[in-house]
Design a protein around this ligand. Structure first.
Ligand code: GLU
Length: 407
């Protein structure tokens, strides 16, 4: 069976027939540029020491400094960080951002760590990676199970090591530490803008039924925007399981439950499994959790007409082909969830200018960026008669080609 990274490269190759690339360019983009590995020694509250494997990968810096989040999760591994880094290269390129792609991760279970221990992990990560990152080199951000508080600790550690104030070293910071307004909801809002454009382009109608897998930062806010727009969210899930209500779930109530760190099934709605959620009868499916969720095992049973990938890599290569054959439109991760990195870019720009925008300005600029990229991808798809995913890779490859082959 192909690995996650091999599948990611196989996806790029599907776009090759539509872009003229030199062999050299292909060789460069099919491998990560460089990677740093470290074992982080972290003191637990009981004074024992844990050693946590940690990575930072630079997939490409052809278009600018590497950009991408840091993931804290027990399943983090080199293969995953490499794949996520590659997707960041293509995400930034499809959005026309002046960034390459990077990614980081620490393999441990943050749910079993206290606040103080989390701070120790975050600071140890920056100490290990300090010379590998930087505002003009590689700009980290939040990802699964990391957040603005963690970004603030990391910035503080970086500033201490480098003896200065470098807010553009990291994005997704709290506003008080130089963060951008709107960054917290940006992934979901960007996804919502793309959803609106896609619904219009496909003529899907006004009131749709939606199932959202994952109720973290991205999934929860996406459910909120869809709910506020009058759509019916019939199912959501988190790592403890899913819930279902054919008449629509009470999203504000679920958000309250989540804010208290409780699982969504505490809402006493009818519970469903992850598999049931993915294959529900609905118009739109929003995978907003982890990679490898839509696979050969369930793709044939997916009933949604539109799949909007808020997670990175939720659909395997083979499952993607099955969905295409079934006529399901998949808005690929590198476009659908690019709102996060786009507002990260705005944050970095504001840090470098030392001039900060209102939330309204941020949202307006985000909407313009998402609409531009959606329309370019949609156009490329129609022109070459290819899926939105391959079309997104074509748009991104054109930009990477221009940067790599001009050297
Ligand atoms: N982790 C997010 C992603 O996968 C955001 C990255 C960023 O803001 O740099 O797109």
């Amino acid at each position: 069976m192909a690995t996650l990274y091999e599948d990611a490269v196989a996806q790029i190759k599907k776009a090759y027939p539509y872009v003229t690339l030199t062999d050299g360019t292909k060789k460069i983009i099919e491998v990560p540029k460089e990677m740093l590995f470290a074992n982080l020694a972290v003191k637990r509250d009981d004074n024992s020491t844990e050693v946590l494997p940690a990575w930072r990968v630079h997939h490409s810096n052809a278009l600018g400094p590497c950009k991408g989040g840091i993931r804290f999760h027990p399943d983090v591994c080199e293969e995953e960080v490499k794949s996520l880094g590659l997707w960041m290269t293509f995400k930034c390129a499809v959005m026309g951002l002046p960034y390459g792609g990077g990614k980081g991760g620490v393999k441990f279970d943050p749910k079993k760590y206290s606040q103080r221990e989390m701070e120790a992990v975050s600071r140890a990560y920056v100490r290990a990676m300090a010379d590998f990152v930087g505002p003009d080199k590689d700009v980290p951000a939040p990802d699964v199970y990391t957040n603005s508080t963690i970004m603030a600790w990391m910035l503080d550690e970086y500033n201490t090591i480098k003896r200065g104030s470098f807010p553009a070293f990291i994005t997704g910071k709290p506003e008080g530490a130089g963060g951008s307004k709107g960054r917290g909801v940006a992934t979901a809002l960007g996804g919502f803008y793309v959803f609106q454009d896609a619904v219009k382009a496909l003529g899907l109608g006004e009131k749709l039924t939606v199932a959202v897998q994952g109720f973290g930062n991205a999934g929860m806010h996406m459910a909120k925007y869809l709910h506020e727009a009058g759509h019916t969210i019939i199912a959501v899930s988190d790592s403890h399981g899913g819930i279902y209500n054919k008449d629509g779930l009470n999203i504000p109530k679920l958000m309250d439950i989540k804010k208290q760190d409780k699982p969504v099934k505490d809402s006493r709605e009818k519970t469903i499994t992850n598999e049931e959620l993915l294959t529900l009868q609905c118009d739109v499916l929003v995978p907003a959790a982890l990679e490898n969720q839509i696979t050969v095992k369930n793709a044939a049973n997916i009933k949604a007409k539109l799949v909007l990938e808020l997670a990175n890599g939720p659909t395997t290569l083979e499952a993607d082909e099955m969905l295409n054959k079934k006529g399901v439109t998949v808005i690929p991760d590198i476009l659908a969830n690019a709102g996060g990195v786009t507002v990260s870019y705005f944050e970095w720009v504001q840090n470098r200018m030392g001039y900060y925008w209102s939330e309204q300005e941020v949202f307006e600029k985000l909407k313009v960026k998402m609409a531009e990229s959606f329309s370019q991808v949609h156009q490329a798809g129609k022109q070459h008669k290819i899926s939105m995913r391959t079309a997104a890779y074509v748009v991104a490859l054109e930009r990477l080609k221009a940067a790599i082959e001009s050297k």
